[in-house]
Ligand binder design. Structure first.
Ligand SMILES: [Cu+2]
Length: 96
């Protein structure tokens, strides 16, 4: 019993580390914000996760509040993901 608890804790710990490694923030620059559509256009660096080179493309905002935090010209770091087949910004922060 005790051994299985330790194994479980170790597994959760390793999974936590893996999640941190995958949830990488990517550098980008906002080129357009479309609040009505809930989308923003970002010029981004290479995205290994999607086997994508650097380009400018449209992302959906996972939270509409994000669209008020950024404006064209802002340098950002963001976490892209694919949600229901759409490229989506999960997290975004302005670079200082
Ligand atoms: Cu892209």
């Amino acid at each position: 019993m005790r051994k299985s608890m330790i194994t479980l804790i170790a597994a959760v710990w390793v999974t936590g580390l893996a999640t941190v490694a995958v949830a990488q923030m990517v550098d980008g620059e906002i080129t357009k914000v479309d609040e009505a559509a809930g989308k923003m256009t970002i010029r981004h660096g290479p995205l290994k996760k999607f086997d994508m080179d650097a380009m400018t493309m449209v992302f959906r905002a996972s939270d509409p509040a994000m669209l008020k935090q950024v404006k064209p010209g802002d340098k950002v770091r963001f976490e892209p993901d694919k949600v229901n087949g759409q490229f989506t910004v999960m997290k975004i922060e302005k670079k200082k």
